[in-house]
Ligand binder design. Sequence first.
Ligand SMILES: Cc1ncc(COP(=O)(O)O)c(C=O)c1O
Length: 419
Amino acid sequence: MEEKLAKKMEEKLEAPTLNYEAYFSEKALGMKASEIRELLKLVESSDIISLAGGLPNPETFPYDVLEEILPRVIAEHGAQALQYGTTKGYTPLRLEIAELLRRRYGIPISKVDIMITSGSQQGLDLIGRVFINPGDIVVVEAPTYLAALQSFGYYDPKFVQIPLDDEGMRVDLLEEKLRALKAEGKKVKLVYTIPTFQNPGGVTMSKERRKRLLELASEYDFIIIEDGPYNELRYRGEEIPPIKRWDAEGRVLYLGTFSKILAPGLRVAWVAGEPHFIRKLEIAKQGIDLCTNVLGQVIAAEFLKGGHLERHIPRIRAFYKPKLETMLEALDKYMPEGVRWTKPEGGMFVWMTLPEGIDTKAMFEKAVSKGVAYVPGEAFFADRSVKNTLRLNFTYVEDEKIVEGIRRLAEVIKEEMKA
Ligand SMILES: Cc1ncc(COP(=O)(O)O)c(C=O)c1O
């Protein structure tokens, strides 16, 4: 029944009766469907091993805890949870998050306000709305989170890319760039970074670089957008606090989310930052969704209040850690000389660089025909100039499939290197 309905919907799309393009705004005309999504359609409904995904594994969702919390939320907080809420968010949740930031990361919360958003993705869009004028310079990591490029891109900034190495963003190169721009009379408005277990790079910015980035923000007067969805997914190595911890001047807007530590379907996340900034973000949000899903917020608040997060994070880590190890071992075993990849200490992704001259988008169909899929790296670069990289996800498929997927990918790469 459902399939039939879906087919009918598709048929509807295929029979044009109006000149639709004539009605769209210029902005909408400029929007392009992601080619990656198109490519990934090839992967659906087959026995291809997909290392392309970016989803948390549903086995990490805390079903047992939610089975207890959900009925209680309805019984005890129903009138509030099912009602409209304030734009800024459910106050008990905002307080719980503030306490979490203080306790876990040592962030001085006396200087921050917190607004709940419908996913961090909404936070990124709101930041674009509130800060970016056409032509403003926005620094991004190269590579960076694809959907941040989409969100910010809508507001027509000029992207400047700063490469990553094993210690995250090359802050030394950023400094050179800032100096050069200043000499031209130009200024950076925002620097967007995913410092911990970067998506797609997998790497983590060192403490020294975090502090240096803050110094540069002060010296060159820009705002830092710190996106931290993977912070809690550490499987080895030492914790490094968020940049926000050392933010004496209120220059850092910190984005956190429940997507990777509870469940992405809740669509509950937050922005923590200087109250003046948060106030403007709140005004921008009013006209978008009035408020974030209140039921989801109450669930998240109860999850934190009951101390479940502390108990749940070790479960997630224990589930993903062997998957990362399995992937790294398989890469060591099967990949030919000349292929490089990052060795993340957490997160969800490994980033691979193939020898110069190999185009991973062109290679994608061959990989799919051999039964393995990845995300070609090109779209993670603001200028799309890098062709020989790809992203691998290790959180979703079963361990045996990780090994087999890497083995297949290595075969494809070897053939490509020969050709
Ligand atoms: C770096 C980064 N930022 C933001 C998001 C969006 O997360 P949310 O589910 O909170 O919208 C993701 C999701 O994968 C991400 O990787």
